[in-house]
Ligand binder design. Structure first.
Ligand SMILES: [Zn+2]
Length: 863
């Protein structure tokens, strides 16, 4: 439906024509408990600079009741293909539209959820990118800002929260009327409404004369787990830090954070009414890495209040800047804010953001950070590792390049100059050039307008006494995958080189040199004449964005003493480098496993531990020679059991190893252990077998045929919550029988009744690397169904299916062939094609990595 896919050209034309003043939006949610549709009445006042011209307003709704433009009723046939045609505009216009809009179960528009614990209905909106139009008629583009005044009729006993402060509701009987004050001038995609019998906890941020009311909300069934104090603490640290760095007071009247069910993303920066996924309200023990991730999300959304909400991109091609800035801001705030519990945030950044970026940047779909976003479908597939993670990495590099003080000085000028307005990248770069005195045009061209990752390698010669005779940093152009956009270029890098000495098994940094690397070869005279240290680490402190290789001697030391670095950041960089080499087939998967087993024993950073666990699992499932895979899995499972038993009781490491054992247990003894932990006949000191861990254990038992339907049903009785229902659905889909697979498949592919979360759970259970034979018939079914899914489902749901059910577990040429046959005959839409091509690339990479692993195995056997 072209009407839903607004193009950049259409948006530009409409922005040239219109100035939007104000929306008054009345929503009648008295039908919420029944579902179906709700009445939506929009009155929008706007001016047009060319009287007599025509335009359109966006609306996705089952039906329109009334369209009145400047007092005249228009034919309802003006509503077609999700737009309402508006002919013959006056200079000043008032448009009234009455429509019936639909509640959704996909997390887009107005999501409706019923909590099985209390049977109550909970609603929330999610509008980015183009889904405000599912709730009210709107000019759905970020540069047509306006004020928004919501009036909401809701069932008695409910709470209604929006961007403006929560009013006292009026009325009696079954419903109440909530009349919100108009917002400041904001974009439609950051308006919000959360309604239902949610419960709130309140506090305030105080700073001199300034008072900002703070609220934290969740469903009553999660209230006992809501640690509001911890959330307020991080939030206040963020307020202090950002207000000082941005030199601009928080721009909205209050700040609510609402933990909502079945949320597709991590969180959303609605102005003054941030929504977050409610898995962030922890029902069971989680590791400190989960608290750190939640704090990062809280700070990310808070940073958006300035960067994104107060000053907003003109069009979605600058989405990357919006997301990169918030991602950089979350990390720098955690690293520097007084009282921060996670001052090692740059380790986490290196460990997670960088690896995400490196992975995405080597897919055939990679693209320059500044992407061409011609329409809404382009932007919807661009919430990717380039936009968030590479963009943020490059922003970190920009800060190193201009200096942090100059960076924030430029940012301050930018907020003052563009408050409540819209901008392009050039506006920010201009402010940074003024502040830093550096010309950023060449920098921007090299970093933002080209794709791919450079490789940095050391080149050194030694004299007879172990002194460094010469040292240079070599830079390679990115190896762009076939079909990738853009040219491969060398870039200017601001990097640090760390020098480490080995003493009693620990690696301590003894010196650090910071320099500009440019071109294919950069000499480093500062190193000449020194004695060679044990490890020379390029891109130490992770300032730049590059793949880094170690010289042979450094690699030998690191391989043996990876756990010996006293700081977590160089360890994370070396872990990342090893993983990168594994993915590239330069390090055999079995050697990566060996490195992980030895290195993890000394790895204290729990976030790094959990990342390496995930990577080892992926390596074993996809990158090992199939003939050796069972052996590798058995080694890993044994290591997991050993570490689980050796870990400090009650520690995060103990929990992480318990989960890993549960993901990989295969021997009868190990499965007995899981079953014993689950039924309480076995205990491991300090390990709390709580609600979530029980499901993890049961999940493995179900997938290996050790737990039947009765066991799953019994567990659901114990935990009959929304999360419990999702886990149960996942367990059922994982059962290793053809019947279970067929039922799971049908529930996702042949019906749209599953909510986004249940569908996601079913897919996760369905796909099992140990069940390739059972899953083999679904490759053909997948390709046969793909286009129908794309055309009939909402964007989020279609993406879950396309990515989640791709036959990634079938690492073989036949999968590539089936994909290629589909690509050449199906003529898919670009966004659909992109997702399928990305999945194909994963299988292609795995086939190559398996060959490397097979070769390593043959070498070891002396063939
Ligand atoms: Zn964001």
């Amino acid at each position: 439906m072209p009407g839903t896919n607004l193009t950049r050209e259409e948006a530009r034309t409409r922005a040239d024509l219109l100035h939007v003043d104000a929306y008054d939006i009345e929503l009648d949610l008295s039908s919420a408990r029944e579902g179906g549709t709700f009445r939506s009445t929009t009155v929008v006042r706007f001016s047009a600079n060319t009287p007599g011209a025509a335009t359109f307003i966006d609306l996705v709704a089952p039906s329109v009741e009334e369209i009145i433009l400047n007092g005249e009723r228009l034919d309802n046939a003006n509503f077609a293909d999700n737009r309402i045609a508006l002919p013959d505009l006056a200079a000043e216009n008032e448009l009234r539209i009455v429509a019936d809009c639909a509640y959704t179960n996909t997390g887009e528009g107005l999501h409706r959820f019923v909590d099985p614990v209390d049977g109550e209905t909970y609603l929330y909106t999610q509008f980015e990118v183009p889904d405000a139009r599912r709730v009210f008629a709107t000019f759905e583009q970020p540069d047509l800002k306006a004020t928004f005044a919501f009036t909401v009729t809701a069932p008695e006993g409910w709470v209604v929260v929006s961007n403006s402060p929560t009013p006292t509701p009026v009325g009696d009987g079954d419903t109440r009327l909530w009349t919100f004050e108009p917002t400041g001038r904001i974009s439609s995609y950051i308006t919000a409404l959360v309604a239902g019998p949610y419960v709130g906890v309140f506090d305030s941020y105080e700073n001199g004369d300034q008072t900002v009311p703070l609220g934290v909300y969740c469903r009553p069934s999660l209230r006992e787990f809501l640690d509001a104090e911890a959330i307020f603490e991080v939030t206040k640290q963020g307020f202090d830090y950002f207000q000082e760095k941005f030199d601009f007071p928080y721009p909205f009247a209050k700040y609510d954070q609402l933990f909502v069910p079945e949320f597709n993303a991590g969180a959303m920066e609605n102005a003054g009414a941030v929504t977050l996924r409610d898995q962030y309200v922890f029902r069971s023990k989680v590791t400190d890495a989960a608290y750190e991730a939640r704090a990062a999300t809280i700070l990310h959304e808070l940073a958006h209040m300035w960067f994104g909400d107060l000053v907003t991109m003109e069009w979605w091609n600058d989405l990357w800047l919006n997301e990169s800035f918030a991602t950089f801001a979350e990390a720098v705030c955690q690293a520097e804010a007084p009282g921060s519990k996670w001052p090692h945030s740059w380790t986490t950044f290196a460990n997670q953001m960088k690896t995400w970026a490196y992975r995405q940047d080597q897919l055939p779909s990679t693209h320059p950070i500044m992407a061409d976003i011609n329409d809404l479908e382009d932007v919807q597939v661009n919430f990717d590792g380039i936009t968030y993670a590479k963009g943020a990495s490059v922003l970190k590099q920009l800060v190193a390049y201009v200096g942090q003080d100059a960076f924030f000085q430029g940012v301050r000028a930018y907020f003052k100059r563009h408050a409540w307005g819209n901008t392009r990248l050039a506006d920010l770069l201009g402010a940074l050039e003024e502040a830093s005195g550096r010309d950023l045009k060449a920098w921007s061209k090299a970093w933002l307008e080209t794709a791919g990752i450079n490789v940095l390698r050391p080149e050194l010669t030694l004299d007879g006494d172990g002194g460094i005779e010469s040292f240079a940093v070599l830079q390679e152009a990115p190896a762009l995958p076939a079909g990738a956009k853009g040219e491969a270029v060398l870039r200017p890098h601001r990097i640090a080189i760390g020098l480490y000495e080995l003493t009693d098994g620990t690696l301590v940094r003894t010196d650090r040199i910071e320099l500009d690397v440019d071109g294919p070869r950069t000499e480093v005279p500062e190193l000449v004449g020194r004695r060679r240290p044990a490890v020379i680490l390029l891109n130490d402190d992770d300032l730049s964005y590059a793949k880094v290789r170690l010289d042979e001697d450094s690699l030998a030391v690191v391989t043996e003493h990876l756990g010996g670095f006293t700081d977590s950041l160089p360890r994370a960089l070396c872990w990342a480098s090893a993983w990168d080499m594994t993915r590239d087939g330069e390090l055999a998967a079995r050697d990566y496993l060996a490195l992980a087993v030895s290195g993890l024993a000394r790895e204290s950073d729990i976030g790094v531990v959990q990342s390496v666990h995930r990577q080892v699992k992926l390596a074993l499932d996809s990158y090992t020679d199939p003939a050796w895979r069972e052996q590798g899995l058995a080694q890993w499972a044994e290591a997991a059991e050993e570490q689980l038993r050796a870990a400090q009781p009650g520690s995060d490491h103990q929990l992480a190893w318990a989960r890993t054992l549960a993901s990989v247990a295969r021997s009868a003894g190990q499965l007995d252990l899981l079953a014993g932990l689950l039924d309480g006949s076995v205990e491991i000191k300090g390990l709390a077998v709580d609600t979530e861990l029980r499901w993890t254990l049961l999940g493995r038992l179900a997938a290996t045929g050790r737990a039947d339907e009765a066991a799953i049903a019994a567990e659901l009785v114990r935990d009959n919550t929304a999360a419990g229902q999702e886990h149960a659905a996942s367990c059922r889909a994982s059962v290793p029988t053809a019947e279970a697979k067929a039922a799971a498949w049908a529930s996702v592919m042949e019906s749209d009744k599953l909510t986004n979360y249940v569908q996601d759970a079913v897919i996760a259970g369905f796909q099992q690397a140990d069940q390739t034979e059972l899953l083999a018939p679904y490759t053909a079914k997948y390709f046969a169904a793909l286009k129908g899914i794309w055309e009939s489902r909402s964007h989020e749901i279609a993406m879950l299916i396309i990515v989640g059910l791709y036959p990634a577990v079938q690492v073989e040429q036949a999968t590539l062939d089936a994909t290629d046959a589909w690509l050449s005959t199906a003529d898919p839409a670009p966004a659909l094609r992109r997702r399928v091509v990305e999945q194909r690339a994963g299988v292609e990479r795995a086939i190559k990595a398996q060959a490397a692993d097979r070769a390593a195995g043959a070498r070891a056997l002396g063939h």
